[in-house]
Design a protein around this ligand. Structure first.
Ligand SMILES: Cc1cc2nc3c(=O)[nH]c(=O)nc-3n(C[C@H](O)[C@H](O)[C@H](O)COP(=O)(O)O)c2cc1C
Length: 462
């Protein structure tokens, strides 16, 4: 039996993820694992169709495919995303059809599920026989229980390949919108000195995206600044070298225009709109490259208090996963979410209303400094980063560590001495049956007391 391993690490074989695949290789010596470093070699595969077709032929000849990759910004790395785009662009989907597929990722478990959802959907789009996804924390291999778990996953996958177990499809094919958008009824929105920047990829002249972006740009008075991602000198995707972890200095520093663009344009805007077209189940790989390359900033909010909105052409409302990725990304930046407008949301008139709405909303939210309260994404994500940077990632991410210390982000609950004393006392007291009875009787009223006191003292708005 032959399994084609599609390696999504830009580091090629010097990859944590590949160690997990090699573990399976050692466990199952009867299986031939064939490795293809498609993310590392993406530039060659883009230019050299023969090299690309050779890999596709190997995939066609394999009994199964293992998508093995590191998590990059809630998804796959841009280089891997580009490989997936090439499968569709070069019309080689037939080589994947009906083939058993499994997913193996390594990460720190930050939005691993959105990446898994993405690849699962890609497998469904390719009509593969999707078996399942395995999310390994990057240090799991050192734990015997986790090795046992991974071995069992391997066993189950091999059994499914042998049995030809059919997959349960989760994702219906996407239906492209057939709306033709044209701008109408623009009511100017005064920016009142706020800097509005629209960053777009894929806006071919005359396309819906182009028209929507132009409509949005002209809604602002003065008109918003527009930057096309393709006009920025980006030499390549994130290399995963993580040298930026020390002082936020990227390996590309001085070698291309991305860092200057990010520092001079993105960081200085008050209101940002990201615009693009749906490519497979995300935006373009160039958009993914933008997010991956912003990794030089570390695991900290670098766009706090900005307002961020999205304008998307394509079947966006059918890809909830993508919305979730962007919502979470905005929250992690401590920015305000303005909203999403896509050309599959309704009629041209409704899209016009929505574009008008996001323009005015961004201006008013920016003026009032309104940022939505954090939800699970930011609350949980921040704790995950906090714990990781405080412990095993500190040496590599020293810039994050300094930032977390300076900004009081090491807010571990065990440091809350007031609550530790209250808790120990109350836990002890409630062991006495009479106290516990009284505690339970008063619990509801006591629970609302602190909030009710605030409400009582609240003055009317002046
Ligand atoms: C640019 C970049 C983005 C990352 N994004 C995520 C992420 O969104 N979630 C996560 O849990 N880990 C993330 N990681 C961590 C990697 O997924 C993790 O270190 C992985 O084990 C690296 O595997 P590799 O050595 O095979 O490339 C990111 C790392 C880099 C360099």
């Amino acid at each position: 039996m032959k399994i084609a391993v599609l390696n999504g690490s830009p580091k090629g074989q010097i990859s944590v993820t590949m160690q997990y695949v090699h573990f399976l290789e050692r466990k199952f010596p009867g299986i031939e694992f064939k490795f293809f470093d498609v993310a590392l070699k993406i530039k060659k595969l883009e230019k050299d169709d023969k090299a690309f077709q050779e890999i596709i032929a190997e995939i066609a000849a394999a009994d199964a495919v293992l998508w093995a990759f590191p998590l990059y910004f809630l998804l796959v790395a841009s280089q891997y995303k580009r490989f997936i785009e090439l499968i569709f662009e070069r019309n080689v989907t037939a080589s994947f059809r009906g083939k058993p597929a499994a997913v193996l990722t390594t990460s720190i478990n930050f939005f691993d599920y959105t990446a898994h959802n993405y690849i699962h959907a890609i497998c469904d789009d390719l009509q593969m026989n999707y078996f399942g996804s395995y999310s390994a924390e990057m240090n799991d291999l050192m734990k015997s229980r986790e090795r046992q778990r991974l071995k069992t996953f391997g066993e189950l996958f091999i059994m499914a390949i042998k049995d030809g177990t059919p997959s349960i499809r989760n994702n219906k094919p996407l239906i492209a919108p057939d709306v033709v958008f044209a701008a109408e009824k623009i009511t100017p929105v005064e920016t009142e000195g706020k800097k509005v920047l629209i960053v777009v990829d894929d806006a071919a002249e005359g396309s819906n995206l182009f028209q929507m972006v132009e409509r949005l740009r002209q809604t602002f008075s003065p008109a918003a600044e527009l930057v096309q991602l393709k006009d920025i000198d980006i030499k390549g995707g994130c290399l995963g070298c993580v040298q930026c972890g020390f002082d936020n200095v990227c390996a590309y520093e001085g070698k291309d225009g991305f860092i200057d663009f990010f520092n001079q344009k993105i960081k200085t805007a008050d209101i940002l709109f990201f615009a693009g077209s749906v490519h497979d189940r995300y935006l373009s790989s160039l958009w993914k490259c933008y997010f991956d390359r912003s990794f030089f900033n570390g695991h900290i909010p670098v766009l706090p208090d900005k307002q961020i909105g999205f304008v998307i052409s394509g079947p966006f409302s059918q890809i909830y996963n993508l919305r979730e990725i962007f919502e979470a990304s905005v929250e992690m930046q401590h920015a305000g979410l303005v909203g999403f407008v896509s050309d599959d949301m309704g009629s041209p008139a409704e899209i016009n209303v929505a574009l008008q709405n996001i323009a005015s909303r961004s201006a008013i939210q920016s003026k009032l400094g309104y940022i939505q309260p954090p939800t699970f994404y930011q609350v949980a994500g921040t704790k995950l980063f906090r714990d990781a940077v405080w412990s095993r990632l500190r040496v590599v991410f020293q810039a994050d560590h300094r930032y977390y210390k300076e900004h009081g982000m090491y807010n571990f609950p065990q440091k809350n001495y007031k609550w530790r004393i209250i808790n120990s006392t109350l836990v002890l007291l409630t062991k006495i049956p009479a106290v516990r009875r009284e505690f339970i009787k008063r619990m509801k009223t006591e629970m609302i007391k602190p909030c009710a006191n605030v409400v009582k003292k609240t003055e009317p708005r002046v």
